[in-house]
Design a protein around this ligand. Structure first.
Ligand code: TNX
Length: 528
């Protein structure tokens, strides 16, 4: 049966070659490798093929062996050793750090990586190949390396909460697509999700909302009356950070300031301009309840929380939010107005600029760098902050022209909470918008930039906001298969292949099924 299936895959490839949709030297892989040269013949990988670690740490082999268990239907992972024939792994410092070379002969497979991460990405390609070609890996050589250094996906666990196991599953999906950043959105109006030892109230009070809005926030249909919440202990956070690191994914934590902070204000009312009593928000949208930008106690709070965050997350970039902060409260607040006057600031936006700049200096003191949503540009951003362009690409273009580093994540096509089809049929209630697989695949993140400015685009990411996404099955359906299109924008930016993406996706879809991941059917049914 297995042999038969592998013949089907090879046969399908031959047919596609005849039809001219897949180049003779192309393997069915997503994202598309840099170059592939086939030399004829195959090497058969089975559950008994050993992994030979010639140089570098054992970790990539260990994770791969674990990942292959469901695909092989094994109870025991593949053997890892240091000598012999099979799948040989080694470091080759002449390759790009995240790049790899995979050479397959009839005797075995050699994967060399510029670093352990490079070996890991080679093994992720091999995992897809083993599945697609039923273990019969075509002989030849694959050379591969990513275009962008930052290949991210964001996950909002505030609007709806996801357990440690679910976040790990999210990480597994990112790793299979060669992403290397998880932007973990941990604080917002509707829930504070990270234990902070200095302020236990944040999770004791701020992680629970008393109920949740029913229906779309523009057409509310009442409240459900059901308390909702959840948070991660610091121990759990460490566990997730470590799990991601073993898959070569850096977690960038996001601590929202000074807006999107109503859950924190509920826990610690003195954070607000008038110490107003507010609830953990039960609705979606933008609330006027924000942290006071005038009182020194706010700054002490921000720094104390950040000092715990930097201790938990080794990421150089730390996300401070900075988006959607209405200034109504600040305009009538004696503390905000007094600080503005003392600093000679002319607008409330400049006061936010002062806050962000102060926080940036604080993070720099820990050897970290600040990243924030593109609103920080309107507040007089420093040249050293990294800008995450979400309201379009204009913010990112402006930032790149000014010499700031940029992560491009415009709502279209990067808001993965948006509808995947124009008709919206069968998609249930979602926030709105339209981001199809095709839109993601066709997107040029460099549009509007010259060669010099392109260098400031650190990378690309998708955002998964979860107002209307309640469980993991739905999360997976939002990610897949659009994440595959995104991964090719991130990894294979200039070598995307419009003609071969469909046959490659047909294989990847079966890979998703083998991994037990839920994916959206629309692209495969030809619905845009
Ligand atoms: C905008 S993207 C937001 C989020 C919402 C999202 C819904 C950004 C910085 N802010 O707070 O959840 O839209 O799509």
């Amino acid at each position: 049966m297995k042999k038969f299936l592998s013949r089907i895959a090879l046969g399908a490839m031959a047919l596609l070659m005849l039809a001219g949709t897949v180049h003779a030297e192309e393997l069915l892989l997503v994202p598309q490798p840099l170059s592939t040269v086939l030399s004829g013949g195959v090497f058969k990988v089975t559950a008994k093929t050993p992994l030979i670690v010639e140089s570098g740490d054992e970790n990539p082999a260990r994770i791969f062996a674990e990942q292959m268990m469901p695909l092989f239907g094994q109870k025991k992972p593949m053997t890892i050793t240091t000598r012999g024939e099979g799948i040989r792994l080694s470091i080759d410092p002449t390759l790009e750090a995240e790049g790899y070379k995979m050479t397959t002969t009839k005797k075995g497979i050699c994967i060399s990586g510029g670093s352990e991460a490079g070996i890991f990405y080679g093994l992720q390609s091999l995992r897809q190949l083993i599945h697609t070609y039923e273990g019969c890996i075509p002989c030849g050589e694959i050379l591969d390396a990513p275009n962008f250094a930052y290949r991210g996906a964001h996950f909002d666990v505030c609007r709806h909460f996801f357990t440690v196991e679910e976040v790990k599953r999210y990480i597994d999906i990112l790793a299979a697509h060669k992403l290397n950043r998880l932007h973990w959105h941990l604080t917002d109006d509707q829930g504070w999700r990270i234990e902070i030892k200095a302020y236990p109230e944040l999770t004791e009070k701020g992680s629970m909302r008393k109920e949740t809005l029913i229906g779309h926030c523009h057409r509310p249909e009442g409240f459900d009356g059901i308390p909702y919440g959840g948070y991660y202990t610091q121990e759990q956070i460490r566990e997730v950070v470590d799990y991601a690191a073993k898959r070569y994914i850096t977690i960038i934590p996001e601590f929202e300031m000074p807006g999107h902070a109503q859950a924190a204000l509920h826990a610690l009312p003195w954070l607000g301009c008038e110490e107003q009593q507010v609830e953990v928000w039960t609705q979606w949208g933008v609330t006027p309840e924000v942290m006071c930008g005038g009182k020194e106690s706010t700054y002490q709070f921000l720094e104390t929380v950040l000092s715990e965050i930097v201790a938990l997350f080794p990421s150089e970039l730390i996300h401070i939010g900075g988006d959607e902060c209405p200034k109504e409260r600040w305009k009538v607040c004696e503390h905000c107005q007094a600080r503005m006057e003392a600093l000679g600031l002319k607008s409330e936006n400049q006061l936010q600029g002062y806050l962000i700049e102060r926080i940036e200096k604080f993070l720099n003191g820990y050897g970290r760098r600040l990243i924030g949503w593109d609103e920080i540009l309107e507040c007089g951003v420093t040249p050293t902050a990294t800008v995450m362009s979400w309201r379009g690409t204009e913010g990112g273009i402006t930032a790149a022209k000014r010499g700031n580093q940029v992560v491009m994540t415009p709502m279209e096509p990067c808001s993965f909470d948006f509808y995947q089809t124009k008709s919206q049929e069968g998609e249930g209630l979602q926030i709105g918008g339209h981001v199809s697989f095709e839109k993601v695949y066709a997107w040029d993140p460099y549009k509007g930039l010259n060669e010099e400015e392109k260098k400031y685009i650190l990378g690309v990411q998708c955002n998964l906001w979860t107002e209307y996404i309640l469980d993991m099955r739905h999360v997976e359906m939002k990610l897949l298969p659009r994440l595959a299109a995104l991964s090719e924008v991130q990894w294979a930016t200039e070598r995307r292949n419009e003609k071969s993406i469909r046959p490659r996706m047909e294989q990847l879809r079966k890979f998703y099924e083998a991994c037990g991941w839920n994916y959206a059917p629309y692209y495969f049914k030809g619905r845009e």
